[in-house]
Design a protein around this ligand. Structure first.
Ligand code: TYM
Length: 329
């Protein structure tokens, strides 16, 4: 059985992009794969953070993921399993500066002011490679924005194998959904939906109430043209394309099916139907999240048990990597 690994930063409540790009596929994959899902708190401190907020958001994200259908035994937080940091360090010494310099996510996050960012942000992709390879995972369900990091994971794994003269780390494959692999902001169709966008109206989060969802969809930016009959007609209309893609992904239909139903109409009826669909699917996740958040001790015990299981899988693999590198024990 293939091993699946994926992670999410507990930096804020998961949003619709996280859900459609990743979490929903995690829930499906866990039915017939050996899955490990991680709240990557080590990654969350690569940008400025507040300790109390990190604690709260890690618990909040745990509740959300459980409410969305992740099995409790598969979930833990990264800092509780030392294999990540140990293999991450080895990969810092395997990976090349030239490779990291090509990472577009670092360029996006650091912007023009590179000198002032943490060294952790720069070596972030090495830690991500360690997350995956510490479990010998071969499938990684992620959104489109992580594709380059998965390619780097393979470069690092292959260089390690080559340098140590053994086929130790497997080849890794990104599992990117055909629809909604890149959900865009509700306010600006050229920007990715993101936890760090200052506008709350730009994203739907998994704790939004039915009223929040309806309001955000009603206010979502669109244009004044009616919906076209073909997707080609949306090529210059990023906001409309985004909403049609969200609808299609959420209802498990194709964008063509959606346009066949709404073509020639304005956004009013379409937005009402989209809001109803999102409320139907997401409101139960929000209420279950609220229920789970009442019992912090339970959430902590889920994470602890998950960490124990993750440790038992990753520890022998990372110990073998350490032996291959030449570390004494
Ligand atoms: P993060 O926390 O930014 O996002 C978690 C998952 O959600 C996907 N995603 C999106 N998908 C579609 N549209 C969007 N607007 C959108 N925004 C986010 C991401 O692609 C991701 O799958 N580096 C990772 C976390 C990570 C990881 C790993 C993932 C650390 N180690 C190992 C896989 C394997 C990140 O920051 O994801």
């Amino acid at each position: 059985m293939q091993r699946v690994f994926s992670g999410i930063q507990p930096t804020g409540i998961p949003h619709l992009g996280n859900y459609l790009g990743a979490i929903r596929n995690w829930v499906t994959l866990q039915e017939d794969h050996n899955c490990v899902f991680c709240l990557v708190d080590l990654h969350s401190i690569t940008m400025p953070w507040d300790p109390q907020t990190l604690r709260e958001q890690t618990l909040g994200s745990t509740a959300c993921l459980l409410a969305a259908g992740i099995e409790p035994t598969r979930l833990y937080n990264q800092s509780a399993v030392s294999a990540h940091a140990r293999l991450g360090w080895i990969f810092n010494c395997v990976s090349r500066l030239g490779w990291l310099n090509r990472m577009t996510q670092f360029k996006d996050k650091a912007g023009k002011n590179r000198e002032n960012h943490s060294a952790g942000l720069y070596v972030y992709p090495n830690l991500m490679a360690a997350d995956i390879l510490a479990f010998h995972a071969t499938r990684v369900p992620v959104g489109e924005d992580q594709r380059q990091h998965i390619e780097l994971t393979n470069d690092i794994g292959q260089k390690f194998n080559h340098d140590m003269g053994v086929e130790f780390f497997p080849q890794v494959e990104a599992f990117i959904p055909p629809a909604a692999a890149r959900v865009m902001s509700l306010r600006d169709g050229s920007k990715k939906m993101s936890k760090s966008d200052p506008s709350e109206q730009s994203r739907i989060v998994l704790t939004d109430t039915a009223d929040d969802i309806a309001l955000k969809i009603r206010r979502a930016k669109t244009d004044s043209e009616p919906l076209p009959s073909e997707m080609d007609g949306l090529s210059e209309r990023p906001e409309a394309r985004n909403l049609v893609s969200i609808y299609a992904a959420m209802s498990d239909e194709t964008p063509a099916d959606i346009l066949a139903r709404f073509s020639g109409q304005g956004f009013g009826p379409f937005k009402n139907a989209l809001a109803d669909l999102l409320v139907e699917r997401l409101a139960p996740v929000a209420s279950e999240t609220q229920r789970l958040l009442q019992d912090e001790a339970h959430l902590l015990s889920v994470l602890r048990a998950g960490a124990e299981r993750a440790n038992s899988v990753s520890e022998p693999i990372v110990q073998e990597a350490e032996r291959l590198v030449g570390f004494l024990r």
